[in-house]
Design a protein around this ligand. Structure first.
Ligand code: E4P
Length: 217
């Protein structure tokens, strides 16, 4: 499973990219607003930091305008993926941009039926929002499982991009459910590697090694 970072903060991205473990980036209008920066400028900057896909979301809700916005965003860099909402207007724009060879990410997916329509529209990625379903007392991970089965049974190549991830358990379960990608906040990326037994074990090994008085170099 690939890992994308769900952020528009270039500082956070820099340190995460340094690990060599990040395959791409997703942004959304709320993350851009939080960054306080110019949208196109920040997308261009992120695209310079990685060759991986960088999702940038259209602002309009009308298909015709979404297509125009999508083409402008796609011109920023060759690795821009145009993010579109899961509405009939969004899917119509998805179809048109796909026909132009532009990669798309259909976002705000909450049912397998929606995911099926996005695949029919030629979406490169579908973004089911796990955390927001869990917040309503529903089971977000079931949605990933259902989409995986549906896409495999019908031979759709649209990649399942698990979104709205709230913690390491979501990441593990998305991988087990067969998601192609998980887009995760930087905080969750840091949490993925942490375990108190790893920290304690390493402290003990370092201390005991010092006690031997030896050097490998
Ligand atoms: C995905 O592309 C979205 O940007 C994101 O995962 C939404 O997550 P949230 O529900 O934490 O806002």
């Amino acid at each position: 499973m690939k890992i994308f970072l769900d952020t528009a903060e270039t500082g956070e991205l820099k340190s995460a990219f340094a690990t060599g473990l990040i395959d791409g980036v997703t942004t959304n209008p709320s993350l851009i607003a939080k960054s306080g920066r110019d949208f196109k400028e920040v997308v261009a900057e992120i695209c310079e930091m990685t060759d991986g896909p960088v999702s940038a979301e259209v602002a309009s809700t009308e298909a015709e305008v979404m297509v125009k916005e999508g083409r402008i965003l796609s011109d920023i860099a060759s690795n821009v993926v145009v993010k579109l909402p899961l509405t009939f207007e969004g899917l119509s724009a998805c179809r048109e941009l796909t026909e132009d060879g532009i990669d798309t990410n259909v976002t705000l997916c909450f049912t397998a039926a929606q995911a099926w329509l996005a695949a029919k529209a030629g979406a490169t990625y579908i973004s089911p929002f796990i955390g927001r379903l869990d917040d309503l007392g529903m089971n977000g991970m079931e949605l990933i499982e259902e989409i995986r089965i549906l896409y495999d049974q019908h031979g759709y190549e649209t990649q399942v991009l698990a979104a709205s991830i709230r913690g390491p358990v979501h990441v593990k379960e998305a991988a087990l459910a067969g998601a192609d990608v998980a887009t995760i906040p930087p905080k969750v990326f840091s949490q993925l590697i942490k375990h108190p037994l790893t920290d304690k074990g390493l402290d003990d090994f370092v201390k005991d090694w010092k006690g031997t008085g030896q050097s490998i170099l």
